[in-house]
Write a protein that binds this ligand. Structure first.
Ligand SMILES: *Cc1c(COP(=O)(O)O)cnc(C)c1O
Length: 967
């Protein structure tokens, strides 16, 4: 792979074939590689691979992918593909609206690696900036909805509504299993709920008329879901309905719109129990359906079973307030099949953007934007009424009109399209029009001209504006204030906003500063050239329900990427709809469930899961109504085949599937995986292979070839979509031939399947798919395989270099690991009192984000360097780890106190180190500059160690009152 100096007469072909991917994505040079191999004790990369990957599972043939091209060529090719999308002005609405992303937010957050390459904020001390932004998001949602607690964030509005359904089911007194849905709910939301409800035996009753609604509320129910404003735009007062729902001991769930709520009475003021919605129109482009941050807010009594991530305020070791993830005991990592939901990766980056949109505009700016939209809508409505089209059925609206166009529907919709505008067709008799922040006077005039019959005089904006009544009924006008906290009332100049954004990102460690060696999470390069296309207008400004002929670019992107992922995995079919790994798991298990049912074997509901599995596995199994049976791991960390066999035999008649991770979460290529798959198949079950560890497999082995039936991938791990501080993600579900008919469908988006929709949009988080497309296109089959092999090389190098300091817990018989290694720190507790967490926090003083802490084994650190880290950075990490081990030896030798030492007191803040009080048994230099390399560059944690227990006991999840934070 060495790019040697080309000779003066080197041919054009050889110069053009230099494999540009090598230096960009794979940071290990051939010289580095030779050195690393010698430390590991292998002669070549091929020999290393042969000694690690079981021969039985090696790929039968290389991946068939288009040959790698340069960055410039890939961008040009993708641009041509994007050009096949046609961006029309969207008046479709239905949960997706035009929005202006303020430039200061676009460039300094969405396009800024300090924000988009950050990891999920499990390490609170190095995540204070993004957690402040998320607390702003939660405060914004609480204020606008009128609710007590809000999370940060949900995957999309439809899945948020489905999660609200199960939250209600868990929380209310009613024993009914009926969910009542008011007819005004977005169709995609209804679809996702129906998919979710079926395996849980929840009956969904949709009330299409007032009479049906009253009848449904008169019966038994555990919750009712209401869209307010309705999908078709109308507004009514639901207060009495909330009381009727409560009288049944049931929960009132609202799906709503944050911009509308700046003007409308919030559902919280009617006594709503749960409120969900999307924050998309707060600055995130439509992007064919995602990524956007959805939200969920609930009343206080429900907070301990709220799904998703919740940021709370706690205190640090110095008594100052500090943020951290709250109530993590609700989550799948700990609660597994009893978790409140399977959500892991959420939508952090879009949530940060939405929160910043509110910070930038403030309550007055948001209200002005909303008033302008409402005013334009009122003007449009009055003009349309003059042209013979009245807004029905109630004559009320915020931004959406519903027009009974009857037999003229198709003609008007076609005329609109010819003029560059998409309207929403509802049945064959109605057209809906939604306005938004980007709507103009010219748009309104265009719409009038589209609706006018030949020769009909057009209204004028001025005439319609004058004296036009508000379409928001008096009783629904909001009177309560919102966003009163100073953060929403300070940063309105661009200078102030720029500095606020910068001040937050400066507090955090992301990939733009140091490696993030997170096992299982694959924090690799997110190349800039991969990120650039996501904001191209041809991708960004497409409505997910725009007609198919306007989305040809996305259709091709989808088809190509799916074909390439089939090559990478050895499967026959893929759906890109799931918008996180957890959702891919859920979709994959639905496919297995559907397949069994199609063969008259619906009774097969046992899901075997090894004890080492990621928490999302059991949490997902629970969502499809499967019963989880845990199987053991042996002393080497492998799935205990004897135990698995015993459980297969015991549950043979009811076996649905097994869920394994390969290579295992213990970081080892188990040699008997083929036998395991065969065993499960013998008993009539299917094999789910969790694909989170595909970074050890791409180009080397394919789950679809060695016995897997279904896998999900994490494009935000293996295929370069950045983590965004905890999302967005994409979790494609991949299946073998006979399961293809059971991949997710999407009736609203025109995809039919035996399985229903699992996401609000047919292509899920479509707008970030160009990232993975660019990666594969620039790498080609050889580049991807080299990436895998280099990732494995680097993990083995770290394992070898640290073996005398932190031994690797599990390895294959020849001592090798896969693409990650678990460092065993369990012995240190007795010898020094040091726990893995102390090492994790001490690494912050050395400028590093900790490896994965205590997963899958308590008191260990799981390290995954990836192929993208240069050897120099790997050495810096190794040096830090060895220096920390020396510090532990000081404690072991009794030179430092077991309680008062640099590890227990880590991380050290600047304020603490320069403070006048220093009463520790080690000096300040040891605290802050333990190794000379830090003099060149030093990251200072803004807070000391954060107290988790305090924060959970004193739960507080909104903006801190001024004066409480240490600065
Ligand atoms: C990350 C991960 C998941 C969950 O994926 P999300 O995208 O976070 O939902 C599942 N299994 C394993 C092993 C993982 O590492």
């Amino acid at each position: 792979m060495l790019m040697s100096h080309p000779a003066p007469t080197a041919s054009l072909a050889s110069l053009e074939n230099s494999g540009e991917f090598i230096p960009r994505h794979i940071a290990i040079s051939p010289q580095d590689e030779a050195h690393m191999l010698s430390v590991i004790g292998e002669a070549s990369r091929e020999a290393l691979m042969a000694s690690i990957v079981p021969a039985a599972i090696r790929r039968s043939q290389p991946m068939q992918l288009p040959p790698a091209v340069t960055e410039a060529q890939a961008l040009a090719e993708l641009k041509a593909l994007a050009g096949q999308n046609r961006v029309l002005k969207s008046f479709i609405g239905q949960g997706y609206y035009g929005t202006h992303t303020p430039g200061v937010i676009l460039r300094n957050i969405l396009e800024n690696p300090a924000w988009y390459t950050a990891y999920t904020p499990y390490q609170a001390e190095i995540s204070q900036g993004r957690m402040e932004a998320l607390v702003n998001f939660q405060t914004m949602v609480c204020d606008l909805t009128g609710m007590d607690v809000a999370n940060a964030s949900m995957l999309d509005e439809a899945t948020a509504a489905a999660e609200a359904m199960t939250l209600a089911k868990r929380s209310v007194k009613s024993k009914s299993s009926t969910l009542v849905i008011a007819g005004g709910v977005h169709p995609q939301t209804l679809e996702v709920i129906q998919t979710r409800a079926a395996p849980l035996d929840i009956r969904v009753v949709v009330a299409q008329s007032k009479a049906e609604w009253d009848a449904a509320l008169a019966g038994e129910l555990f919750a009712a879901l209401i869209q307010y404003p309705a999908s078709n735009g109308w507004l009514v007062d639901w207060q009495a309905d909330v009381q009727a729902i409560h009288a049944k001991q049931a929960a009132a769930i609202f799906a709503t719109d944050l911009l509308a709520l700046t003007l409308l009475t919030p559902p919280g003021e009617w006594g709503a129990d749960i409120v969900v919605g999307s924050s998309q129109r707060f600055g995130m482009p439509m992007g064919a359906g995602g990524p956007h941050a959805a939200f969920m807010a609930c009343r206080d009594a429900f907070k301990r079973s709220l799904p998703g991530r919740l940021v709370g305020v706690s205190v640090d070791a110095h008594g100052h307030s500090a943020y951290r993830l709250a109530l993590q005991t609700r989550e799948q990592h700990i609660r597994r099949e009893k978790a409140t939901s399977n959500i892991c990766t959420a939508q952090v980056l879009p949530a940060v953007i939405a929160s910043m949109y509110a910070v930038y505009h403030g309550p007055l700016g948001l209200t002005r934007i909303a008033r302008r939209v409402a005013r334009l809508t009122a003007i449009l409505s009055r003009g349309l009424a003059q042209l013979g089209f009245a807004n029905g059925p109630f004559g009320t609206a915020f931004d959406t009109l519903s027009l009974h166009t009857q037999t003229a529907t198709a003609t008007i919709a076609a005329r609109a399209m010819a003029q560059g505008a998409n309207l929403r067709k509802v049945g064959s008799d109605y057209l809906c029009i939604s306005l938004d922040e980007t709507s103009t006077r010219a748009d309104v005039q265009l719409l009038w001209s589209i609706f006018a019959k030949d020769g009909q005089a057009l209204p004028t904006i001025e005439a319609m504006d004058e004296g036009a009544p508000s379409l928001i009924p008096d009783g629904l006008q909001r009177s309560s204030s919102f966003l009163t906290h100073p953060v929403f009332n300070t940063h309105h100049s661009e200078t102030a906003m720029l500095r606020y954004i910068r001040s937050l990102s400066d507090k955090d460690l992301a990939l733009d500063r140091s490696m993030i060696p997170l096992g299982s999470c694959t924090m690799k390069l997110n190349a800039t050239s991969e990120m650039i296309p996501i904001t191209w207008p041809e991708f960004a400004h497409i409505h997910p329900f725009a007609p198919a002929d306007q989305q040809q670019g996305y259709a091709q992107l989808d088809a190509q990427l799916r074909a390439w992922l089939c090559q990478a995995t050895g499967y026959a079919g893929v759906s890109l709809q799931p918008n996180a790994g957890s959702q891919g798991e859920y979709a994959g298990l639905l496919a297995i469930r559907g397949w069994h049912a199609s063969r008259g074997e619906s009774h097969r509901n046992i899901c075997l899961i090894p004890s080492s599995a990621h928490g999302t596995n059991p949490a997902s199994a629970q969502m499809v109504g499967m019963q989880v049976v845990v199987t053991a791991c042996d002393e080497q960390g492998n799935v205990d085949l004897a135990d698995l066999q015993a459980k297969c035999e015991q549950h043979s008649a009811k076996l649905a599937c097994v869920m394994i991770t390969y290579p295992s979460t213990h970081g080892v290529f188990e040699t008997q995986v083929k036998e395991l798959c065969a065993l499960v198949h013998q008993h009539g079950g299917r094999v789910y292979v969790d694909g989170a560890n595909m970074n050890a497999l791409v180009g080397v082995a394919a789950p679809g070839e060695f016995g897997g039936d279904v896998s999900h991938l994490n494009l935000h791990k293996t295929f370069c979509i950045p983590h965004g501080g905890g999302g967005p993600g994409v979790g494609p579900v991949c299946v073998v031939e006979d399961l293809v008919p059971f991949l997710p469908g999407h009736a609203t988006g025109g995809i039919t399947s035996k399985t229903g929709a699992v996401s609000a949009a047919p292509l899920g988080n479509a707008a970030v798919l160009p990232i993975s497309w660019m990666y594969i296109r620039m790498m080609g089959a050889q580049g991807l395989q080299a990436a895998t092999e280099t990732a494995i090389l680097s993990a083995n190098y770290i394992s070898a270099r640290l073996k005398d300091h932190f031994p690797t817990l599990y390895a294959s018989s020849n001592g090798h690991v896969a693409h990650e290694c678990i460092l065993d720190l369990r012995g240190l507790k007795d010898s020094s009192g040091v726990m893995a967490e102390d090492v994790a926090k001490r690494l912050i003083d050395y400028g590093f984000h900790a490896p994965t802490l205590s997963f899958p084994v308590a008191n260990t650190l799981m390290v995954e360097p990836t192929e993208s880290e240069p050897l120099a950075e790997i050495e810096r990490f190794i040096a830090a780890m060895i220096a920390i081990r020396e510090e532990i030896r000081q404690i072991e030798a009794g030179r430092w106190d077991r309680e008062d030492n640099p590890l227990k007191n880590a991380p050290h803040t600047a304020e603490q180190v320069v403070g006048n009080d220093w009463a520790h048994g080690y000096n300040r230099e040891t605290a802050a500059y333990p190794i000379p390399a830090l003099r060149r560059s030093k990251y200072w944690s803004p807070v000391g160690r954060v107290d988790n227990v305090y924060g959970d006991r004193n739960l507080f999840c909104s903006c801190v009152p001024v004066g409480d934070l240490s600065e």
